[in-house]
Design a protein around this ligand. Structure first.
Ligand SMILES: [Zn+2]
Length: 512
C-alpha cells in the first residue's frame, strides 16, 4: 500500500508538474480502469491521461458536481459509478503486482487488492431533505485519512502530551472520523464524546471537569453553548490551549466570543483554529496558529493527496494564484469513491497561495480567505412583485460578528403560513450580555439593511435555554442556524422555487 509522501517541490510551477505527473499515473493505473463514470467520460471526450501536461490542460476534464449524484428517472443510482471496482485481469498486469507475486506470493497480492479496493467505511453528506450522498473508504483511504488527519493535528500545533476531546457527533460524517483516525495516528489522547446528542451538554461538561482538556474539537455553535454552560457552572479549564472548529462557518466574531469564554474559565491564551473539509474530499485541512491582528494564513493543503483549483464560479475558467473563486477538488491517492474536478459550490474570497506560511514557515499551498457557499444565496419573495436575492453567507457573518449576539437562528416563514403569500424573515437571538433589546434590535435591523438590503420582519429575543431548544442542541446532530418553515419547504417543494438541492442546504449547510 502506497503511503502518502510528505515531500513535494516548493516552487509553484514544479509543484504543479509534480502533481500532474501523479495525476496522470493515478488516472492511468487506478481511476480509468476501475471507475465506470470516468471511463465513460474520458472515452466520450476522447481524452487520455497523457494529454494532461499543464494546469491549463486540466480544463479538458469536465467538472463533476452534486447534480451528477442525483438518481436517474429510471431509478438508477449514479453514486455507485464513482466507486472504483477492481478488475483482477487488469490488476494482474500491473508491474508492481508481478513483482509482489514473485517476492511475497499470490496470497500477499490478493490481500493487497483487498486493502486497496474493499470498502470498509462510509461517510455521507448532511442534507436533511435531499438524499445523503454516501462516499466509501477502503483500507487505503483510511490510511490516507489517518495520515491527513495527523497532519491536521500537526498544523494546529498539537503535541502528544495534550489531552483532547472530540465533540463532533457520532455519525457517518467526515468530521468525527478524521478527528478520530488523525488522533490515533498522531498518537495522542482523544476522547470522543459524540457531541450533544449522545451525552447532552451536561455529560460533556462532566467529562471536561474530569479530563481538564488541552484541546476541544467540535462545531462552533455547539461549543459556544457548551462553554456558556461551563462558565455558568464555574468550572475552571486552565489547561485549555486550543479550540479547533469544523462543520460550520466560524467568522472572527465567533472565534472572539469563544476566546472570551475560555478566558472566563481560567484559560488566558488560546488558539481558536478552523478546519475546512467536505465529504467528497474524504479529507480536511486546518489553519495553523496565527496572530489575530494579522489574520489567518489559511487552510494548509497537502499537495501529495489533493489537487485544488480555484475557478471562476460563473464561467468555470481557472483563476490565478491569490485570486478568489470556487474551490474545485481532485484527489491524487483516493480509492473507494472518487470524484475528479469536483465543484464544491464553496467560494473563497481569498485564493490559493504558495509562498511559505508567515506563521509556521511551511512551504505548502494555502487556501486563504472566508469560504461561503453559492447555494446560500437564496431568492426570497419579500414582496408580491419580484423575488429578491439574499446572501445568507453575509447574514451569518453579520450575526456571528455582533458582540452582543450570543447565538441566533434565522427562520423563513410564509406570511400567515399561506403558501401563496410573501416570505418572512424572522431572527431569533439569545444575547451574549445585558445590552438593551431596543438598541440591539435597531442595530441588527440597520446591519441587515446595509449588508443584504432586507429588513428582518421580526426580531425575537430568547433565553440561552430556549435557543438551545430552537436550534436542537442535544436532539439534532448539528445546531439549526437557518430553518425553513415555509409550507412545502420540506415536502413537495411547491413553495421553494430553488428545488431540492437548495432545500437541503437550508437545514444542512456546511458539510463535513
Ligand atoms: Zn502555517
Amino acid at each position: 500500500m502506497k503511503k502518502p509522501s510528505p515531500r513535494w517541490p516548493s516552487h509553484p510551477r514544479s509543484l504543479h508538474s509534480w502533481q500532474l505527473a501523479r495525476l496522470r499515473s493515478y488516472l492511468r493505473d487506478t481511476v480509468l480502469p476501475f471507475s465506470a463514470h470516468y471511463r465513460r467520460m474520458f472515452a466520450k471526450e476522447k481524452l487520455s491521461p497523457d494529454q494532461l501536461r499543464s494546469v491549463d490542460d486540466l480544463r479538458r476534464i469536465p467538472f463533476t458536481s452534486k447534480s451528477d449524484f442525483l438518481p436517474g428517472s429510471d431509478g438508477s443510482d449514479p453514486v455507485r459509478d464513482f466507486v472504483l471496482v477492481p478488475d483482477r485481469a487488469v490488476l494482474s498486469r500491473r508491474p508492481s503486482t508481478i513483482l509482489r507475486a514473485l517476492l511475497h506470493g499470490k496470497a500477499s497480492v490478493a490481500e493487497g487488492f483487498e486493502r486497496e479496493f474493499r470498502p470498509l467505511l462510509l461517510t455521507s453528506t448532511t442534507g436533511r431533505s435531499a438524499e445523503p450522498v454516501p462516499f466509501v473508504y477502503t483500507a487505503q483511504d483510511i490510511e490516507n485519512l489517518k495520515v491527513g488527519g495527523a497532519r491536521v493535528y500537526e498544523v494546529c500545533g498539537a503535541n502528544r502530551e495534550m489531552r483532547m476531546m472530540n465533540m463532533f457527533p457520532f455519525a457517518p460524517h467526515l468530521a468525527f472520523w478524521i478527528t478520530h483516525y488523525g488522533g490515533a495516528e498522531f498518537g495522542t489522547f482523544v476522547l470522543g464524546t459524540g457531541g450533544g446528542k449522545v451525552m447532552g451538554t451536561e455529560g460533556n461538561m462532566r467529562l471536561m471537569k474530569k479530563i481538564k482538556p488541552d484541546v476541544l474539537v467540535g462545531m462552533p455553535t455547539f461549543l459556544y453553548h457548551l462553554l456558556l454552560g461551563v462558565v455558568k457552572e464555574g468550572i475552571e479549564l486552565p489547561n485549555l490551549q486550543k479550540i479547533v472548529l469544523g462543520g460550520e462557518k466560524a467568522p472572527s466574531g465567533m472565534r472572539r466570543k469563544l476566546r472570551a469564554l475560555a478566558q472566563q474559565m481560567g484559560a488566558p491564551k488560546i488558539d481558536v483554529l478552523r478546519s475546512y473539509g467536505f465529504t467528497e474530499a474524504k479529507m480536511a485541512w486546518a489553519e495553523c496558529p496565527f496572530d489575530e491582528n494579522a489574520g489567518s494564513a489559511g487552510y494548509h493543503i497537502h499537495p501529495d493527496m489533493s489537487l485544488i483549483e480555484i475557478v471562476d464560479p460563473k464561467t468555470g475558467e481557472p483563476r490565478g494564484e491569490g485570486e478568489p473563486g470556487e474551490i474545485v477538488f481532485t484527489p491524487l491517492m483516493a480509492r473507494g469513491s472518487v470524484v475528479l474536478r469536483y465543484r464544491t459550490g464553496d467560494c473563497t474570497d481569498g485564493g490559493l497561495f504558495y509562498e511559505p506560511c508567515p506563521f509556521c514557515g511551511q512551504q505548502i499551498p494555502r487556501l486563504v480567505g472566508e469560504i461561503s457557499r453559492n447555494s446560500e444565496i437564496r431568492e426570497l419573495q419579500i414582496n408580491k412583485i419580484k423575488g429578491t436575492l439574499v446572501d445568507f453567507n453575509r447574514l451569518e457573518h453579520v450575526l456571528d460578528n455582533v458582540d452582543h449576539v450570543g447565538t441566533w437562528q434565522l427562520e423563513l416563514r410564509k406570511h400567515h403560513d399561506d403558501p401563496l403569500d410573501v416570505d418572512e424573515l424572522v431572527l431569533h437571538v439569545a444575547k451574549a450580555d445585558e445590552y438593551s433589546d431596543a438598541q440591539l434590535r435597531q442595530m441588527l435591523d440597520e446591519r441587515f439593511a446595509s449588508e443584504v438590503e432586507v429588513h428582518p420582519n421580526r426580531i425575537e429575543f430568547h433565553s440561552e435555554d430556549e435557543m438551545k431548544t430552537l436550534q436542537g442542541t442535544g436532539t439534532q446532530l448539528k445546531e439549526q442556524r437557518i430553518v425553513d418553515h415555509r409550507p412545502g419547504a420540506n415536502g413537495n417543494g411547491a413553495a421553494n422555487k430553488a428545488g431540492s438541492e437548495r432545500k437541503s442546504e437550508l437545514s444542512g449547510q456546511t458539510q463535513q
